[in-house]
Design a protein around this ligand. Structure first.
Ligand code: 3EB
Length: 334
């Protein structure tokens, strides 16, 4: 099946000019921007994740549209709003009142809801995006990213999931949420295979110096969604389990791209699926806006041409990381 999953980036207004039959084929919308409102997007009835981070190359905001050429089914399971086209679903956790609960508990609740929604659709959880408000701040004596990791792991344990290996989803974890936590995800009808990076310790095996519970994500997931589709997790300047090139955004960018290239090499060697850096859909998070020109320049040098990526300003889950890059390799249409 061709066109089972497409990714578009458009200005929010464009969505209101779409004919109804196109809107019906949208699986989900991720709205990036600092504006306080959703500009009426919620009225479209499509699962929507509104993430308050600044798109550096679209300051008025940008929408990522996950869509396909197939009709969709829609539903809500607990606090998760989803749309499913039979092969893949977009899911957005709509946070209810979490006042007074700690971040670990909020995270655990979010993941329980996500797992219920995935289970209801007889799907597999493939790719999760996590946005934690004030991710690098301490509260109750522990960095909020580390509290988030406790809650995420508790939800995996509580539902009897394995804490390593093939069924762990690909993920990203960044700062900025209008509330404590935003979570959105993709699930698929077929299970994925996880691809780890031989240059990096698997995140779920990080030593305790990075927090009492390890982060639960794979470096990349490959899944058949009308053809092989690759989800590369947020990738940073980490070798083994250590941050490299502290304070040097150019060297961090090069190290990050090297890590992604190694994942592409593994994907080709293990599964015969071929993507190059220049045919991935890239999303780049920079901690400091002033680093953007240098990051772009390094990316262009490595990739060997202009870079068509979405650049967002966001805090990254380790204080010493200045840049994080994630990617999607969509299924070939020819
Ligand atoms: C790293 O490699 C960088 O906790 O879900 C990247 C992608 C990172 C996902 C997560 C964290 C997460 O450890 C940080």
């Amino acid at each position: 099946m061709r066109g089972a999953l497409q990714l578009l980036r458009v200005m929010p207004e464009v969505l209101f000019r779409q004919p109804q039959e196109n809107v019906a084929r949208i699986l989900g919308i991720v709205q990036y921007g600092l504006g306080a409102t959703d500009m009426g997007l919620r009225q479209l009835g499509i699962p929507l994740a509104k993430i308050p981070v600044l798109p550096l190359n679209a300051p008025d905001g940008i929408c990522e549209i996950w869509q396909s050429s197939l009709p969709t089914q829609e539903g809500r399971t607990e606090d998760v709003h989803w749309r499913n086209n039979g092969m893949v679903a977009f899911l957005s956790w709509d946070q209810v009142d979490t006042e007074g609960s700690g971040l670990a508990n909020v995270t655990e609740d979010a993941y329980h809801a996500l797992f219920s929604a995935v289970h209801f659709q007889k799907h597999h959880l493939i790719r999760v995006w996590n946005h934690v408000g004030e991710i690098n701040d301490d509260s109750a004596g522990l960095e909020r990213y580390r509290q988030f990791n406790i809650g995420r792991q508790q939800a995996f344990v509580g539902t009897g999931r394995s804490l390593a290996g093939a069924s762990v989803p690909a993920a990203s974890a960044l700062g900025a949420s209008a509330s404590a936590l935003d979570v959105f995800a993709l699930s698929a009808g077929l299970p994925a295979v996880a691809i780890e990076n031989p240059r990096q310790t698997s995140a779920y095996h990080y030593p305790a110096e990075y927090g009492p519970r390890a982060p639960l994500f794979s470096r990349a997931n490959l899944v058949d969604i009308g053809g092989g589709t690759l989800f590369v997790s947020g990738t940073a300047s980490i070798v083994g389990h250590q941050t490299r090139h502290q304070g040097d955004c150019r060297a961090q960018t090069r190290e990050t791209l090297r890590n992604i290239q190694v994942l592409l090499d593994e994907t080709r060697m293990q599964y015969g699926k071929i993507w190059t850096l220049s045919d991935l859909e890239l999303k780049v998070y920079v901690r400091f806006r002033s680093d953007l020109p240098a990051v772009v320049e390094e990316m262009e040098r490595v990739i060997g041409g202009p870079v068509d990526a979405l650049f967002l300003q966001a805090d990254i889950c380790r204080k010493d990381l200045l840049v994080e890059i994630e990617a999607v390799g969509l299924a070939r249409t020819r």
